[in-house]
Design a protein around this ligand. Structure first.
Ligand SMILES: [Zn+2]
Length: 290
């Protein structure tokens, strides 16, 4: 009975997160999955990005209007233009998953690979980030909008992708599981994923042994896109015309990792750390890959 009840609840959650691109008509907050809020101020982020403008081009590419004010989206790009490889980082596609956004200044400070061009979108969903909402100002889940591109936020990601032609994409998320893991699309090499998981663990983070669907992860922290998952994603796009960044990059033959830290953890540092370590490790791998 208990398992039937939890199955029904799982199904309800699946329907909520996968059947509608527009779940609300506003940036709704949610409480049922135990998310612990990490404080975020967009003025503080803007200041710390500007302080890095000796090393990076910091462009305020858009202001999304909500609640009588403009919420900025920044695209931050490392300055050298002759790099062989490009790494695109997406932060806060889901606005309430703030750890990856709070990690951005440290990601930029730590980055020092001359042969890699780093591009960071911070935040993809600024209204959600300000309002502690998964959704944008109109209640859309931006990470379901990579077929129709009806949201300005998804359009901006598409524009940056098309301009920069990244060799690798990482999208920084959080989820209700206890520890950290990565979803991979089919273009992420499994040996590389193992090394990236090791780098996350060396940084002091604990790797999850199950993802939030309850699948066991071998090795810990690594959730590859199986043929079944790919087929479900394909059907999902074909029937409901919804797609997340991982599958969208997969269609383009570009490796994408969606990192998921635990939003249940009250400790800011524990949640931010894997985002910083993963981006540094991917940049290092791209620089070493000749
Ligand atoms: Zn997310």
């Amino acid at each position: 009975m208990a398992s039937l009840r939890s199955f029904a609840s799982d199904l309800r959650h699946f329907a909520k997160y996968h059947l509608k691109r527009r779940v609300f008509d506003h940036p709704a907050r949610e409480h049922e999955l135990g998310l612990v809020e990490l404080p975020f101020e967009d003025a503080e982020l803007a200041d710390s990005l500007r302080r890095l403008s000796d090393r990076y081009d910091v462009d305020r590419v858009e202001g999304i209007e909500y609640g009588g004010r403009s919420h900025p989206i920044f695209v931050v790009t490392s300055r050298r233009k002759d790099n062989r490889r490009a790494l695109l980082v997406l932060s806060a596609v889901h606005g309430n998953e703030r750890a990856g956004l709070l990690a951005v200044p440290e990601i930029l400070q730590r980055f020092d690979e001359e042969s890699v061009r780093l591009i960071v979108v911070a935040p993809v969903n600024p209204v959600g980030a300000a309002e502690l909402s998964r959704y944008n100002g109109d209640g859309f889940d931006v990470n379901r909008d990579f077929v129709r591109f009806e949201t300005r936020e998804a359009q901006i990601v598409r524009d940056v992708f098309e301009r920069e032609k990244p060799d690798f994409v990482v999208s920084l998320h959080e989820g209700p599981q206890d520890d950290t893991f990565m979803f991979l699309n089919r273009y992420v090499d499994l040996e590389l994923a193992g090394r990236l998981a090791d780098a996350i663990e060396r940084g002091g983070s604990t790797l999850a042994t199950k993802d939030y669907f309850g699948r066991t992860l071998h090795p810990p922290g690594v959730a590859p896109m199986s043929t079944a998952v790919w087929a479900v994603s394909w059907l999902w796009a074909a029937t409901l015309r919804m797609k997340a960044t991982g599958m969208w990059c997969d269609d383009r033959g570009v490796p994408e990792i969606t990192l998921e830290s635990s939003w249940r953890n009250p400790d800011r540092e524990t949640r931010v750390r894997p985002h910083v370590d993963l981006v540094a490790a991917i940049a290092h791998e791209l620089a070493a890959d000749r």
